[in-house]
Design a protein around this ligand. Structure first.
Ligand code: PHE
Length: 339
């Protein structure tokens, strides 16, 4: 019986190691180790043996069975390995080939400037306020102390939706909205889109401004100048300072225009600043007491300053963009430079 057993193992070994498919291997498995297999038949023959011989023989049968199982498992590995190897050869993958380039998006230069401006002011304790692009005359003109006959109200400068509704021409509208709803102390900026009937290399009919408004006790012109200088240096670098020139706005008194040292020539005069050494950045002033009183803020107790800067202008200077129209044409060749 023992020789029969080892013959059986031998036969199994030959068949298993010659086997090339998983399916055939399964068949061999059931033939050699299944319930009706020859090995199991040996087990049944145990009873025919004299009792003392049974344990030793039983052990041998078990060893034979384990050996066959081991052979089966090993062959399964070999076959799987072979299948994998073949599939690699069939679906050739050249891992040395350069990958396809992923197109990466970037932030628009205006968005970048906008966010940087916000970060600077938030860092100095300002809150960000918002107002609607579509406004009424009250917030855009009346509450800003702008007389009925002021040229800015002109149809040729302002886009009207109807007699009373317009596209805001300035973010100063948000000054009014904030003062309507808040008591001093107020310290906000308000970046946003504005609209004016203008279109050339340095004006776009839709453009971006950031307004700043600070209202509190004892706010004076020095605070305004100081804040402008701090901002300009943080935005453009320590060698860029600002200056103010007298000007007029209906809602500030006194009013001023803000210039900064030309970021290109640093003040010596070049094509960007048209030889003057200075660049115009926006308007500013002390909030006119009329505006405060109109919003029920006691101008005997409180004073404030406001300024409005062109975000597009900041972006153009920061990223050396020569023509404002580039910012709005969405030419991918231009935008790609800001990835
Ligand atoms: N709103 C003014 C403009 O659009 C700028 C400005 C803002 C002036 C705040 C004074 C104070 O030109």
């Amino acid at each position: 019986m023992e020789t029969k057993l080892s013959q059986l193992v031998k036969a199994a070994e030959n068949e298993i190691t010659a086997c090339k498919s998983l399916h055939e291997l399964m068949l061999l498995k059931s033939r050699y180790t299944g319930k009706k297999s020859e090995i199991m038949a040996f087990m049944q023959q145990l009873v025919a043996l004299p009792k003392p011989e049974r344990p030793a023989f039983g052990q041998k049968v078990n060893i034979a069975k384990e050996r066959v199982i081991e052979l089966l498992n090993k062959q399964e590995e070999i076959i799987k390995e072979e299948i994998y190897r073949k599939s690699l050869l069939e679906n050739k993958l050249d891992i040395s080939m350069p990958g396809r380039k992923m197109m990466r998006g970037g932030l628009h230069p205006i968005t970048r400037a906008w966010r940087e401006i916000e970060d600077i002011f938030i860092g100095m304790g300002f809150e960000v306020a918002e107002g609607p692009d579509i406004e009424d005359e009250y917030h855009n003109f009346d509450a800003l102390n702008t007389p009925q006959d002021h040229p800015a109200r002109n149809l040729s400068d302002t886009f009207y939706v109807n007699d009373d509704v317009l596209l805001r021409t300035q973010t100063s509208t948000v000054q009014i909205r904030v003062m309507e709803n808040n008591e001093p102390p107020i310290k906000i900026i308000s970046p946003g889109r504005c609209y004016r009937n203008d279109n050339d290399a340095s004006h776009s009919p839709a453009f971006h401004q950031v307004e700043a408004l600070v209202v509190d006790k004892n706010i004076d012109f020095a605070d305004l100048k100081d804040m402008l200088n701090i901002f300009v240096k943080k935005m453009f670098g320590d060698d860029i300072s600002s200056r103010i020139r007298p000007h007029f706005f209906p809602f500030t008194e006194p009013s001023a225009e803000i210039d900064i040292v030309c970021v290109k020539c640093k003040g010596t005069g070049c094509n960007v600043c048209k030889g003057s050494g200075w660049l115009e950045m926006g308007g500013a002033g002390m909030v006119d007491p009329n505006v405060l009183e109109g919003l029920k803020i006691d101008s005997e107790i409180y004073s404030g300053y406001a300024f409005g800067l062109g975000i597009d202008r900041v972006a153009m200077l920061k990223y050396k963009i020569p023509d404002m129209r580039l910012l709005f044409e969405n030419d991918i060749r231009f935008l790609r430079q800001f990835v």
